[in-house]
Design a protein around this ligand. Sequence first.
Ligand SMILES: Nc1ncnc2c1ncn2[C@@H]1O[C@H](COP(=O)(O)OP(=O)(O)O)[C@@H](O)[C@H]1O
Ligand SMILES: [Mg+2]
Length: 353
Amino acid sequence: MVELKNVAKRFKDFVAAENINISVESGEFLTLLGPSGCGKTTTLRMIAGFEQPTEGEVWVNGQMVNHVEPYKRDVNTVFQSYALFPHMSVFNNIAYGLRMKKVPKSEIKERVEKILKLVQLEKFSSRKPHQLSGGQKQRVAIARALVNNPKVLLLDEPLGALDLKLRKQMQVELKHLQQELQITFVYVTHDQEEALTMSDRIIIMNDGMIEQIGSPTEIYERPKTRFIADFIGETNLFEGAVTRMDDQFVYVNCASQEIKVHREFTSDLSDQVSIAVRPEKMKILPAPDEELTAIRGILREKIYVGSVTKLIFEFPNGQHVTVNETEGHRGMSKIGDQLYIGWHPKDSVILRA
Ligand SMILES: Nc1ncnc2c1ncn2[C@@H]1O[C@H](COP(=O)(O)OP(=O)(O)O)[C@@H](O)[C@H]1O
Ligand SMILES: [Mg+2]
């Protein structure tokens, strides 16, 4: 439905995006995720047609659209600033685009009413934007894009202005809406949790480049680069030297311990590598275990954060490691205890620097 082929965008000699290759399936929810300034909006604007690529091709619905005007593309955009007309009612805001296209009056009424129902704003159709809450305004902005029956909806941080609770509620609503209407969504956010919650696939961008494309599980469980392991969630990083390999595992010497990682979860095989293990994949072991990688550490700190207790251990090389405890022995260990921390080789990855 949307394809970017070797796209680059430069502003004078500043590179905002480079080597962008993206292919979005029909009906897919695809998210561009990355820190502020990494090139997400620029990429989205090239799909919308508000920005011309310096290099490469943009395709929408089987057509090369580099030279097609934004309003003639099969896409609609929802911006973070809702950009509603303040003097117009909700109904008229939504109807505006259809009127411009000279859609017959009776059809406009029918289509706007249907969309109002879909976004649960039937009762608000005659209100003006200033008489609406942030979440309601956001729904109007989305309704105004949806009423055009776009093949593709582009959304740039559409929930950014909402408070946390409302944002979470809208995430679920928006995802349901997308599934119900089977519209292709290209969604931009810097919020990792939002991306993990909503997307079929996530594209991680960093400094104008794509770092990884994958499902939320792949991105979270098998990050390929150090940047991603750091950016998404919490992680423990170990540095070490590769000592040997066999058919199944790569062995890394770290803090005079051997850590093994499945070969298939290895994105780098230089001499010095970084290994990532999520805090919730680490467990306190009663004794060392053949199956697991186990390192002995001293418990230095316990932090209770409600859903988990974070245990901070010091390993023999002085490194600190966080273990998230949920159930089981939660809270049983004491500061100063010497304990084995273990994890399964399948829960560790070797990252690219
Ligand atoms: N019109 C422009 N002229 C010059 N630089 C720009 C322009 N638009 C964006 N940039 C720069 O390109 C980079 C990427 O911007 P943007 O795509 O808006 O990032 P994001 O949406 O990921 O925060 C930023 O460093 C930004 O300052
Ligand atoms: Mg942006």
